[in-house]
Design a protein around this ligand. Structure first.
Ligand code: NDP
Ligand code: OXD
Length: 307
């Protein structure tokens, strides 16, 4: 019996050491230093190399090292029926809420202008007249944390989910008509959806046409939610007025990509919420202990729905 930790794009040695120190009774393997792959009964994966899953014939479950699971579900070697979990703890959700609130408040309160005016010692008090409506596409674990953060600031929040269910006090919508309604109501439209067959390309010209002039689009879901070719024409037409993007179809965003230089696009490098070692270690261990006890991993996803 052994637990594997593998991320193709980051160094997980500290995470593996942390898990091992929390549970000396558990054998922890840290990719690429693998022992016998057939001994591994639980694997925590993030952008793992192709073929790795095929070599682990004793798996009881797998988990994404992050909140998104599309990278795991897309692996053709993922055995049918194998339980798939994910790591989405309260710290990750709070970090995401902090990022979204920071972006919205910086823009809404016009903080850029004071920074510019400071350069010429200008003293020009200003505050926005209107209170904005925040529209959340996706009101799952991360969307709920964001909703709570905006509600604490007394800002109205509306949401869109598959079931139409959402947190208390959030005006909820669902279905294609609900999506159009939310887009037309929101001053800040935030994509916090998982990437699935139903949500791929959802941020497209049809949606942009429904947005209020000068509304702000924030995409922290996945790059493939955005139909990239539709964005620049939409920004030039003023709907949305600004796009704040943390995720991209190709990451890192290639140096010559037109998004880098566009005056109405703000870019952050997929860091709105990064799984922290301490939280991940505890969640991995809790998930593995569940699997050893014959239970599903933490955050088990519905493989049919894709999230
Ligand atoms: P959850 O699974 O907890 O929530 C997903 C939400 O999306 C739910 O409200 C769900 O509806 C809704 N949803 C799913 N499919 C549809 C659909 N077809 N139509 C309408 N609503 C839909 O996910 P999390 O909140 O934990 O995470 C969301 C995503 O955020 C992740 O999958 C990941 O891609 C991204 N992420 C990005 C990070 C970054 O650094 N940029 C960091 C972490 C996550 P319902 O409530 O009805 O089920
Ligand atoms: C995640 C991410 O899904 O970091 O956790 O994108």
């Amino acid at each position: 019996m052994a637990l594997l930790i593998c991320a193709g794009d980051r160094d997980t040695r500290r995470l593996a050491t942390q898990v091992a120190s929390l549970a000396p009774d558990i054998e922890v393997q840290n990719w690429p230093e693998l022992g016998d792959p057939q001994q591994i009964d639980f694997a925590v994966l993030w952008r793992h190399p192709p073929g790795l899953l095929k070599s682990m014939t004793g798996l009881k479950a797998v988990s994404s090292m992050g909140a998104g699971v599309e990278h795991l579900l897309a692996d053709p070697d993922l055995p049918t029926g194998l339980p798939v979990g994910r790591l989405a703890g309260p710290r990750l959700a709070s970090d995401m809420a902090a990022y979204i609130v920071a972006q919205v408040l910086w823009h809404w309160r016009g903080l850029d202008r004071f920074h510019e005016q400071q350069a010429s010692a200008e003293w020009r008090p200003w505050a926005p007249r209107r209170v904005p409506t925040i529209g959340l596409l996706g009101t799952g674990q991360l969307g709920q944390a964001a909703a709570r953060a905006f509600q604490a600031l007394d800002l109205p929040v509306a949401g869109w989910s598959r079931s139409g269910l959402g947190p208390d006090g959030v005006a909820m919508h669902s279905g294609p008509a609900g999506l159009q309604t939310l887009a037309s109501e929101a001053d800040y439209l935030v994509c916090l959806l998982p990437l699935t067959a139903d949500t791929r390309g959802i941020l497209d010209h049809n949606l942009f046409e429904q947005m209020k002039p000068d509304a702000v689009l924030i995409n922290v879901g996945r790059g493939q939610h955005l139909t990239e070719a539709d964005l620049i024409p939409a920004l030039e037409a003023g709907r949305p007025g600004l796009a704040i993007l943390d995720v991209f179809d190709q990451e890192p965003l290639p140096a010559g990509h037109p998004f880098w230089a566009h005056s109405k696009i703000r870019i952050t490098p997929h860091c709105s919420a990064i799984t922290r070692t301490e939280e991940a270690a505890e969640l991995i261990l809790a998930s593995y202990r569940r699997v050893l006890a014959g239970q599903p991993p933490l955050g088990q996803v519905d493989r049919e729905l894709g999230y």
